[in-house]
Design a protein. Structure first.
Lengths: 255, 200, 557
């Protein structure tokens, strides 16, 4: 079955770090690029994040994820490059179109931040099993019900996608056209999505019955089949991350 | 006894299970819109339906979880817009409760309000994270034109968001409304935590 | 001591006017196996919900009377308290998977975690229940990657691991193919031998007769009768409640094989005498129904091949001409039957070979264009239903193929009447049962008035009355000069309804000819992993050396 998650099963140091420490790292990494907005510093943060991806043996898997944001990046470079409010220093010209240094510098900063954001999340997403992350959060006090919601989405969406070809077949068999002018195509949207909605809402009834039967609303304390994720340097790493964050804020305020 | 309002955190199991279904519907709405080459995203129909069925809180949770899951499985950028999705869920949930989903006319007004609010919430995010743009070709073209005429950044960015959000959210709310109206009673009452057992 | 005590139980779902349960009282002893029989609207599922506390706690509504599980009053306890004692397994295997677990092993743990069972005990119980259900090999698999029968066994294992005193099975095999059903019934048999208290709702009366100590007969929310299977199945008025007794009882009734002491009929194959049917007792009914039209619709299939990728061919060269009488297409899961009909409908394009429908090659047309010629009724009606009332849903297809609104409405109403749902034309399809929705899907295709009608598994989940309606429809379509093809797993229905049968196995056509001959080809049936109809096997055991296909072929004096 097609898997929904981007998790890559490898054996690495990064994989062994506990999910919450990695989650903290994601926030720290993104926050740093906004607290200290100089090109050099952001490049350093990005370099460190990329290093972690390399250490996690998942570097090549981040590239398609960055690719998804490519349109946004290109758009930023073009628009900011041409139209940034401080259009003073001409950097170079593409034909008749001038690119300004200020805009370009700003666009570069934004691009670095976006790539860092994607890569920082990549460190978490590519090296952490979703169920480990959710169980860690539940251990830290998140409601098990919200935990259920997160995990079940990952299982249920592939089931729903599998349904789409059956629905398309069934409606085409009843003479519905999916090609043609815009009006024809608009008209077939509801016959396609309608069964999805009815089907999945109908399933929610049966699935909630199944959950009730399995003690989903039991009042006592829950136990866990799997032992909680154990990483002995987790606390130290978290302290280091928090100190770094404080140091960056102090740096920004003082200097 | 305490009255159960739309803000009750006492969810039925069905209301919780509705959240993954809503996210699936969001996903397939987007998929079918792509398949039919429609010029809209239509990727929040499930969130809107969940709000109509189970109130603002479930709608907001559906919105947030939707973006987190989408961030985890396809595009981390979508984490940023979790706030926008949550607000869409809240607004639809509150206005549905106040009677704005009784006819097509009101549903269109609801769609307009949702679109404007979504744009308002997205604008500061867009400015903070990517200098005011949305990544949508038409919206960014407008943004560029306005910037070229030295209009204020927030204004250009807001216009960019409006172009992107308003038509899409109006269509989304309208479609959700049509689907919602067609739902059978035995499904709609299931998400309501106010019903009681009557003893014969 | 009683395991279950039900006293004057009365219940109404919210927003409804009729009582789903109406004054029901009975008790169940520890270790007893109780079967529940009745037609689709009898209230059997609601009773199962009431025994597991879902009625009233999950569904709310109006509730009267009392249900006690041991000495626990269901009304004053939480669902989780009740389900610690009562396990429930229902029809749909997919929706019983929680969705939050990525392996079968973890899936079984879900309920135990909620109950707060210590970790060591959890591992022990999971292993034990997996072993008992023979799913140890599936422990690391994703639950959603399993077959229906495997999934249903995981559902049972998940419930058993919670160590309930009572297990309730609500039509656990109605959505499974024959092999999956057998897997589940084998488990049920073991559980009943272990002495577990079991309540089972089932449409396969042969199975109910074989396992039950007692049968509750329900109709319209009321408990009509309760007694040993032989008593219940010997009732003369059984058909009024939409229940057809086991084939053994039916044949015994026809042959007047009553037990003189008890006045009851046999209910199992073992009880039937090893002789008693001779060639003189049988008057075979000619399979070929007379054709009313001379030039009917025709499908010519020439060396049809299909594969999604080159290494695994699905169809390996099928040649056949389909015309005239209704034809059953049978074969195991994965044999290629559904692929075959999708090709006929141009939903798929052949990899090689040709399909000529009424003289037109399917290469030159599309599914939407063919919609006016071939109607295809898919297995799962939920994949197509989207309108908020039954009539509009049935009119969708006819309007698409160009019928005027007036004609479409007329056709829709006519077909709804045929499937027995005209009275529900204004209702929301999702307020009806799955079996009824299946009939809506049938009506929605029939209303398109196509020359050729193809059914994919129409009998699945239907009760005796539903099957009788389908048989009438198929014969009616034939009388109108239409060509009917039907994919089926239900061999009894094939024998009862179709004159011509095609057997497909492993992408190839193994047999094409009269149904009576199809069921005499032991080797072919074995290769295609098919079985003879129950009645055929029974007649063979009782000394008849031909192939008996229907009960009406027995001469009754």
């Amino acid at each position: 079955m097609k898997n929904m998650t981007l998790y890559v099963d490898k054996d690495s140091f990064i994989h062994n770090i506990d999910p919450l420490t990695k989650l903290l790292f994601v926030f720290l990494s993104i926050a740093l690029t906004y607290i200290l907005p100089t090109h050099l510093f952001v490049i350093c943060v990005l370099a460190f994040t990329l290093l972690l991806l390399l250490a996690g043996k998942v570097f090549k898997y981040i590239l398609p994820v960055i690719g998804v944001s490519l349109l946004l990046i290109i758009s930023i470079i073009i628009v900011q490059g041409f139209f940034h409010p401080d259009r003073a220093t001409l950097l170079f010209e593409i034909g008749p179109l001038p690119i300004y240094k200020e805009g370009f510098a700003f666009a570069l900063l934004l691009t670095l931040r976006i790539i860092n954001m994607v890569c920082a999340f990549g460190v978490l997403i590519l090296t952490t099993k979703p169920d480990d992350l959710v169980e860690s959060l539940i251990n830290k006090g998140m409601s098990p019900k919200i935990g259920y919601v997160f995990l079940s989405v990952l299982q249920i969406i592939p089931q729903m996608i599998a349904m789409t070809s059956k629905i398309t077949d069934a409606q085409r068999a009843r003479g519905m056209e999916t090609e043609g002018n815009l009006l024809t195509r608009i008209k077939s949207f509801i016959p396609l999505l309608g069964p999805v909605v009815l089907n999945s809402l109908n399933d929610t009834r049966e699935r909630s019955i199944a959950l009730e039967i399995r003690g989903f609303n039991a009042k006592g304390t829950k136990t866990f089949l799997n032992e909680s994720f154990h990483f002995k340097y987790g606390l130290i790493l978290k302290i280091i991350l928090i100190i770094t964050l404080i140091a960056a804020i102090v740096w920004r305020v003082v200097l | 006894m305490k009255k159960n309002s739309m803000w009750s955190l006492n969810f039925t199991t069905a209301a919780l299970v509705l959240i993954p279904a809503a996210i699936g519907i969001n996903y397939l709405g987007k998929l079918f819109a792509g398949l039919l080459k429609l010029p809209l995203w239509l990727d929040s129909i499930g969130t809107v339906l969940a709000s109509m069925l189970a109130g603002p809180i479930i709608g907001a949770i559906a919105g947030i979880v939707n973006n987190i899951i989408y961030g985890f499985t396809a595009d981390p950028i979508s984490f940023v817009y979790a706030i926008t999705s949550a607000v869409i869920g809240l607004v639809v949930g509150i206005m549905a409760y106040k009677g704005w989903i009784v006819n097509v006319g009101k549903a269109l007004v609801l769609g307009l309000v949702v679109g404007l609010i979504a744009a308002t919430v997205s604008t500061p995010l867009n400015i903070m994270f990517w200098g005011g743009q949305t990544g949508n070709v038409w919206g960014d073209a407008l943004f560029a034109t306005m910037m070229a005429q030295d209009m204020p950044l927030w204004f250009a960015s807001f216009a960019d968001s409006i172009v992107v959000d308003v038509p899409d959210k109006m269509a989304t709310v309208l479609i959700s409304f049509l689907l919602f109206k067609g739902l059978p009673k035995n499904l709609t009452h299931m998400y309501d935590n106010r019903s009681k057992i009557e003893r014969l | 001591m009683n395991s279950i005590r039900v006293e004057n139980l009365t219940y109404k779902y919210p927003n409804t006017d009729t009582f789903a349960l109406d004054g029901i009282s009975f008790t169940v002893k520890k270790g007893e196996f109780v079967g529940i029989a009745g037609m689709n609207t009898a209230g059997k599922t609601t009773l199962c919900f009431a025994l597991s506390g879902l009625v009233p706690h999950f569904f709310k509504g109006a509730y009267g009377g009392d249900v006690f599980i041991g000495d626990m009053d269901v009304l004053t306890h939480e669902i989780s308290d009740i389900t610690a004692k009562v396990g429930l397994v229902f029809e749909n295997p997919f929706s019983q998977m929680t969705g939050a677990k990525f392996t079968v092993y973890d899936e079984i743990a879900f309920g135990l975690e909620n109950l707060g069972i210590p970790r060591d005990e959890m591992h022990r119980r999971i292993k034990e229940s997996m072993q008992f259900l023979d799913i140890e090999a599936l422990g690391d698999k994703n639950p959603f990657s399993l077959s229906g029968g495997q999934m249903q066994r995981v559902a049972i294992a998940s419930v058993i691991a919670m160590k309930p005193d009572i297990l309730i099975l609500d039509e656990p095999t109605s959505q499974l193919d024959p092999r999956g059903s057998e897997e589940v019934f084998r488990v049920v048999e073991n559980l009943s031998k272990e002495g577990m208290t079991i309540i089972m709702v089932e449409q396969k009366m042969e199975k109910l007769a074989a396992y039950s100590d007692r049968i509750l007969l329900m109709h319209e929310g009321k408990l009509i009768d309760s007694g040993p299977p032989a008593d219940i199945f010997s009732r003369a008025d059984l058909l009024n409640f939409g229940v057809v007794p086991p084939v053994y009882t039916t044949v015994a009734k026809a042959l007047h094989l009553k037990n003189e002491l008890t006045g009851l009929y046999p209910i199992s194959l073992e009880e039937m005498p090893a002789s008693g049917i001779t060639n003189g007792d049988i008057r075979t009914i000619s399979e070929s129904l007379p054709l009313t039209k001379t030039a009917g619709p025709e499908i010519k299939v020439k060396d049809l091949q299909f594969s999604y990728n080159k290494d695994t061919p699905i169809l390996r060269g099928i040649s056949v001409t389909l015309s005239g009488e209704p034809t059953a297409i049978i074969g195991q899961n994965g044999a290629g039957k559904t692929t075959f009909v999708k090709l006929l409908k141009a939903l798929l394009k052949p990899s090689a070979g040709e399909l000529i429908i009424n003289g037109t090659n399917t290469k030159d047309t599309t599914a939407a264009k063919l919609a006016g010629t071939i109607g295809l009724i898919f297995q799962n009606p939920n994949d197509q239903i989207f309108k908020n009332n039954v009539l509009d849903e049935v009119m969708f297809g006819p309007l698409n193929v160009g019928q005027t609104p007036e004609v479409a409405r007329l056709n829709a109403e006519k077909m709804l009447e045929r499937v027995g749902l005209l009275g529900k034309a204004g209702e929301n399809p999702y307020d009806l049962s799955l079996a009824e929705r299946k009939m809506i899907a049938v009506a929605s295709i029939l209303a398109m008035d196509t020359d050729i009608v193809i059914f994919d598994e129409p009998t699945m989940g239907q009760d005796a009355r539903g099957k009788a309606i389908l048989k009438d429809i198929i014969h009616g379509l034939h009388a109108q000069g239409k060509l009917v093809l039907c994919i089926l797993h239900d061999m009894d229905f094939v024998a009862e309804t179709f004159g011509r049968t095609i057997i497909i196995s492993n992408g190839q056509l193994l047999f094409d000819g009269p149904t009576r001959i199809a069921f005499s080809e032991a080797d072919i049936l074995h290769t295609a992993r098919l079985e003879q109809p129950h009645i055929t096997q029974l007649a063979r055991k009782m000394g008849y050396d031909g192939i008996l296909l229907k009960e009406s072929e027995l001469i009754q004096e």
